[in-house]
Design a protein. Structure first.
Length: 175
């Protein structure tokens, strides 16, 4: 499957590039869900970065220097309490293909904790920080889209014996 291969290769390169730039970040969203629970259809890469939205230009420069950027949104999108900078990258395998990369800014304590608590998953000898299950649940609670509610249920089903409910309940107070 070329789309899956393209997403994975782009994720690996993003991880290498962000690490080289000394950015603190972790994988969140559908790809992270596939790692910590079970895969679901997703067509983008979501990375949470330890920067404010006011530093969007730094991210844009890093992406432009290291990838073939097709388009970058001028404005930061706001979904719930999340600020997102969307970039469209040229797919390395599909001629007319596009990889959507959403950069989420860690502008609240819940998001900063998610980066701090991330786990390292090694893919093709590349360390990729991935959000922990509890922190992904909290992030999805902040968004509260229908897909996020389904994702929360999936995380709980797949990790029922391992979820730290006390941690979730403690940090829910900060939402």
């Amino acid at each position: 499957m070329e789309v899956g291969k393209s997403l994975l290769e782009t994720l690996i390169k993003l991880s290498l590039v962000f690490s080289k730039a000394d950015l603190k970040f972790c994988l969140v969203g559908g790809l992270a869900l596939g790692i910590i629970a079970r895969p679901r259809a997703t067509e983008d890469i979501d990375l949470l970065v330890l920067l404010g939205a006011d530093q969007r230009k730094r991210i844009a420069e890093i992406l432009n220097k290291n990838f073939k950027v097709i388009h970058q949104h001028d404005d930061v999108m706001v979904i719930g309490k999340t600020k997102i900078f969307r970039t469209l990258l040229k797919d390395p395998h599909i001629k007319e293909g596009v990889i959507i990369v959403d950069i989420l800014f860690a502008e609240n304590i819940i998001y900063r904790n998610a980066i701090k608590n991330s786990i390292i998953v090694t893919v093709d000898k590349t360390a990729i920080p991935v959000v922990k299950a509890e922190d992904l649940i909290l992030m999805k609670m902040l968004s509260s889209r229908d897909q996020d509610k389904i994702d929360i249920q999936t995380i709980r089903e797949e990790n029922s014996d391992d979820i730290d409910e006390e941690y979730i309940n403690t940090w829910k107070k900060f939402m």
